[in-house]
Design a protein around this ligand. Structure first.
Ligand code: GUE
Length: 281
């Protein structure tokens, strides 16, 4: 058997084509959406991601504003950059690239952002709205995962979903998203304290691997026919090493390639949050 490829790259291209139309309509009304990025330090991975986001913006007609600060930037320096984007009319949405250098207080900086301009959906107010199940910008990776499953008609309602990893950007937020009434999945959130990971994964109709541990999910753990989504972005000798072992392809019913799976969806949903914020404003 071999798994159906959950093609994030192709699905993201369709989403971006739709966004380009909506951006053109906004421009006809005199509104140009603009994405800001705040990048602190010179981590090569973060540089690549931020550059990619600006390329994506150009592709759909969103203006972009890039704020790069040195690794030595103080809390006050980053606060000043956030204040600037909060008050800039050209910036309709922005992100602070994570993780920030350790000497900075990430939570304080996130709280300082205008929640209406939160393109990542990670502001505590917007995550709180997700907990309350009211409308808010959604975290990009979880939202991208849900849309990718829907694109391939993978049933979510009633599915047993095992999410591996409890990080804010993916695992924890995805649990909140999938347990809303509109998705109605049953979610088990596994993490480093989970006693028998394999036993949980084996029962899952949908497995989302977001632990950042290369090849954590092995073939023997996956129920035949299950949908497996690989969110891993570790690197070994510069090459992406996902959380899912390659031979899972032989048992899974659906599998994301990595690269070309969840990553492009994350980027497309970031653009979508920017466009939606501009449409609301
Ligand atoms: N505030 C914030 N928001 C984020 O959304 C955020 C972040 N911080 N910090 C880092 C993670 C990671 N992340 C990725 C997005 C796209 C790809 C992506 O498109 N990857 C390509 C491959 C690119 C390559 O080859 O390096 C793919 O999967 O096809 C990967 C990783 C967003 N993150």
């Amino acid at each position: 058997m071999s798994a159906v490829k959950l093609d994030g790259k192709a699905t993201a291209a369709r989403i971006k084509a739709d966004l380009a139309t909506r951006v053109a309509a906004l421009k006809d009304r005199g509104i140009t959406p603009g994405l800001g990025t705040v990048l602190v330090g010179d981590d090569p991975g973060s540089q690549i991601y931020v550059a990619g986001k600006h390329r994506d913006c150009a592709e759909v007609g969103i203006a972009s504003i890039r704020v790069d600060l040195p690794a030595t930037a103080t809390q006050k320096d980053v606060e000043a950059a956030i204040d600037e984007l909060n008050s800039s009319p050209a910036c309709t949405g922005y992100i602070v690239q994570l993780p920030l250098p350790k000497h900075l207080d990430t939570m304080a900086l996130l709280e300082q952002m205008d929640p209406a301009k939160d393109a990542d959906g990670l502001h505590p107010v917007n995550l709180g709205r997700l907990v309350h199940m009211v409308d808010a910008p959604l975290p990009c990776t979880p939202h991208g995962i849900v849309l990718l499953l829907q694109e391939y008609d993978v049933p979510i309602k009633g599915a047993d979903v095992v999410v591996v990893g409890r990080g804010i950007t993916v695992g924890r937020s995805l649990g909140l998203l999938l347990t809303r009434r509109s998705e109605n999945a049953t979610v088990t959130l596994c993490h480093t304290g989970t006693q028998d990971l394999a036993a949980h994964v084996r029962r899952a109709d949908i497995v989302v691997a977001a632990a950042g541990v290369p090849e954590l999910i092995t073939r023997d753990m996956v129920k035949p026919g299950a949908a497996v989504l690989d969110v891993g972005v570790s690197r070994i000798n510069g090459k992406i090493a996902g959380d899912v072992a390659p031979d899972v392809e032989e048992v899974a019913g659906f599998l994301t390639p990595n690269p070309g799976g969840v990553g492009p969806m994350t980027r497309a949903l970031l653009l979508s949050n920017v466009v939606e914020a501009a449409e609301r404003a």
